[in-house]
Design a binder for this molecule. Structure first.
Ligand SMILES: Cc1cc2nc3c(=O)[nH]c(=O)nc-3n(C[C@H](O)[C@H](O)[C@H](O)COP(=O)(O)OP(=O)(O)OC[C@H]3O[C@@H](n4cnc5c(N)ncnc54)[C@H](O)[C@@H]3O)c2cc1C
Ligand code: FES
Length: 283
C-alpha cells in the first residue's frame, strides 16, 4: 500500500488562474484502484531535508489506466502542501499511500447520474469510465462558478465521453444559470411525472453519485430520497493518518435502526450512502 509513484505528466489544467493541476503517476496502485478511492501523497520539500509538512495530502483518483500502470490525479493548489506538490517534476518519484478507502458501488444495469459541484467532478470521471465500460447509461450534472472554470476543469474530456451533460454556472456564462441541484430537481420531477403516467417507477433504475460541497450533497441526497433514488456521496474531511489510526476524520452516520454511529472517512469512506449521513453533525 505504501509505494512510489513515478511522475510521468505534471501540467497545468486549463487557465493558470484556476490553479488546477493534472498529475499522472505510474505505479502498482493502478492495478487495484477503484473509482471513488484516493491516494495520500507525501508532499515534503526535497530541497530542504525535513519532515515538514508531516501529513500526506489526500487526492482522489480521477482516472485509472491499469494497462499503462497509471493513475491521474487532478487537484487545485490551495495551500502549502499542494504548492509543494505542484513543484514535482516529471521523472521524480513521490511516496504514495494507496489506493485508500471505499469507492463507489456500481449497479449492474440502469442509469447512473453523476452530480458534481466544482472540483467535486474529479473523482466522478473514473466512475463514469467504469460505468460506461460496464454498459451503463451515464448522465452528468455539473455546476461551477463560470464557463472559464468548467472549461479549465476538463469539460472537453467529459464531452468526449459522448454522454448527456447538464451544466449550471452561477453567472449564467455556460449552461443554465443557478445551482446544479435545480437542474437535478427539474429532471427528477419530469421523471417522476412520466413514471406516474406510465404507471411504473423508473426511478428504481437510476442511481446517483455525487461529490462537491457538503450543502450541495445534502440537497442532492434529499432530492433523491424524495424520489426514491439511491444516492452515494463522497465526503471530504481534513485527514491526519489517512489509514484509520488517528480518528481525525470521523463523521456521524445513522444506521438502519436509527442509532447514531461514527465512521472514519479515510477507511470506511470516503463514499457512503447519502441516507446514512447525518449532515448537520458531520464531524
Ligand atoms: C478523500 C479526499 C479526496 C480529495 N480529493 C481531492 C482532489 O481530487 N482534488 C483536490 O484538489 N483536492 C482533493 N482533496 C482536498 C485536498 O486533500 C486538500 O485540498 C489538500 O489536502 C490541501 O492541502 P494544502 O496543504 O495545500 O492546504 P492547507 O494549507 O492544508 O489548506 C488550505 C485550505 O484548504 C482547506 N482544506 C485542506 N484540506 C481539506 C480537506 N480535506 N477538505 C476540505 N478542505 C480542506 C483548508 O481548510 C484551508 O482552507 C481531497 C480530500 C479528501 C479528504
Ligand atoms: S485520517 Fe486518521 S483515522 Fe482517518
Amino acid at each position: 500500500m505504501l509505494t512510489e509513484g513515478l511522475v510521468v505528466v505534471h501540467e497545468a489544467l486549463g487557465e493558470e488562474g484556476q490553479r488546477l493541476r493534472r498529475l499522472v503517476l505510474k505505479g502498482p496502485f493502478a492495478q487495484t484502484a477503484k473509482a471513488g478511492q484516493f491516494v495520500a501523497v507525501q508532499v515534503q520539500d526535497s530541497s530542504i531535508s525535513s519532515y515538514d509538512p508531516l501529513l500526506r495530502r489526500p487526492i482522489s483518483i480521477a482516472e485509472i489506466s491499469p494497462d499503462r500502470n497509471e493513475i491521474t490525479l487532478l487537484y487545485r493548489i490551495v495551500g502549502r502542501g499542494t504548492e509543494i506538490l505542484a513543484r514535482a517534476r516529471c521523472g521524480e518519484r513521490l511516496s504514495v499511500m494507496g489506493p485508500l478507502g471505499q469507492g463507489f458501488s456500481l449497479s449492474a444495469e440502469g442509469e447512473l447520474w453523476l452530480i458534481a459541484g466544482g472540483i467535486g467532478v474529479f473523482p466522478l470521471y473514473a466512475l463514469a469510465q467504469s460505468a460506461l465500460a460496464k454498459g451503463l447509461t451515464v448522465r452528468l450534472f455539473w455546476g461551477g462558478e463560470n464557463q472559464q472554470f468548467l472549461e479549465s476543469a476538463g469539460l472537453s474530456h467529459w464531452q468526449a465521453l459522448g454522454i448527456p451533460i447538464h451544466l449550471s454556472t452561477l453567472d449564467g456564462s455556460l449552461g443554465q444559470q443557478g445551482l446544479v441541484t435545480e437542474q437535478l430537481q427539474e429532471r427528477l420531477s419530469q421523471l417522476v411525472g412520466q413514471a406516474k403516467q406510465e404507471q411504473l417507477i423508473d426511478c428504481e433504475k437510476i442511481s446517483v453519485a455525487t461529490c462537491g460541497p457538503k450543502k450541495m450533497m445534502q440537497a442532492v441526497t434529499e432530492l433523491c430520497k424524495a424520489s426514491g433514488v439511491q444516492v452515494e456521496v463522497s465526503l471530504e474531511e481534513r485527514m491526519g493518518c489517512a489509514v484509520g489510526a488517528c480518528l481525525g476524520c470521523v463523521c456521524t452516520l445513522i444506521d438502519v435502526a436509527g442509532t447514531l454511529i461514527h465512521k472514519k472517512v479515510c477507511q470506511d469512506g470516503p463514499v457512503f450512502r447519502g441516507e446514512e449521513v447525518v449532515w448537520d453533525v458531520l464531524c
